[in-house]
Design a protein around this ligand. Structure first.
Ligand SMILES: [Zn+2]
Length: 222
């Protein structure tokens, strides 16, 4: 399998791991890098005025390093690997949509979480993908330092690259802890981004159908 998508520029931290089991794969940061990471966290604790030697913090550097490694494991993941061979020839030509895909990411400006839902739709052009693969594509890009706008575009482009469909639409609705915790915005504010390709961009009827499905899903939620 070869890599087909745009986002591999960020994959310098570790080699992609082959196979669809990479969700359970070892985190990309290990060995000496892990020890270095732990030392940095220990120093970080000192810099914020903590005592890294007090009991409650003794194992914190190790935990944080492991956690960060896991939370950014998308750098070691590759779309072609998570999709695997789950692309099928199919003449179905109506919109396929997976709504309310949970996503967790971290903003690259503050390294704080943002989280919410992704809605992905496409109109096949001879090929469909196993539905469970769409959340996995989200995961590849969400588990990196991100801005929501780029994340949305990367997921749309990945679906485009994998399926060459007639069109793709992606909407993400997220809450950003860097805004909520720092009191920059009202705590309930959500950021909504979209990325459209092909007929979702060019054809108003397709776009309207997509957006009404998305906003239909939003009604009744907070
Ligand atoms: Zn931020």
């Amino acid at each position: 399998m070869s890599s087909t998508t745009a986002a591999e520029a960020a994959a310098h931290m570790a080699k992609p791991i082959s196979g669809s089991d990479q969700f359970e794969a070892d985190p990309p940061i290990r060995g000496d890098r892990m020890l270095e990471f732990e030392n940095i966290i220990r120093r970080e604790l000192e810099l914020i005025g903590e005592d890294p030697h007090r009991e409650g913090l003794l194992k914190t550097p190790e935990r944080v390093a492991k956690s960060m490694s896991w939370l950014t494991r998308g750098y070691a993941m590759d779309v072609s690997d998570v999709v695997g061979d789950a692309v099928f020839e199919e003449e179905h030509a109506s919109m396929v949509m997976v709504r309310d895909i949970e996503l967790y990411s971290m903003c690259e400006h503050h390294m704080l979480p943002f989280f919410g839902r992704a809605h992905i739709a496409y109109i096949p052009n001879g090929k469909i993908v196993g539905l469970s693969k769409l959340p996995r594509i989200v995961e590849v890009f969400a588990r990196r330092l991100q801005v929501q706008e780029r994340l949305t575009e990367q997921v749309a482009q990945a679906v485009q690259d994998v399926l060459q469909p007639a069109g793709v639409g992606v909407v993400m609705e997220c809450e950003h802890l860097c805004m909520m915790m720092r009191g920059v915005e009202k705590q309930s504010s959500r950021t909504i981004t979209s990325a459209l390709r092909g007929s979702f961009k060019d054809d108003a009827k397709t776009r309207d159908e997509f957006l009404s499905l998305v906003y239909g899903s939003s009604h009744g939620r907070r």
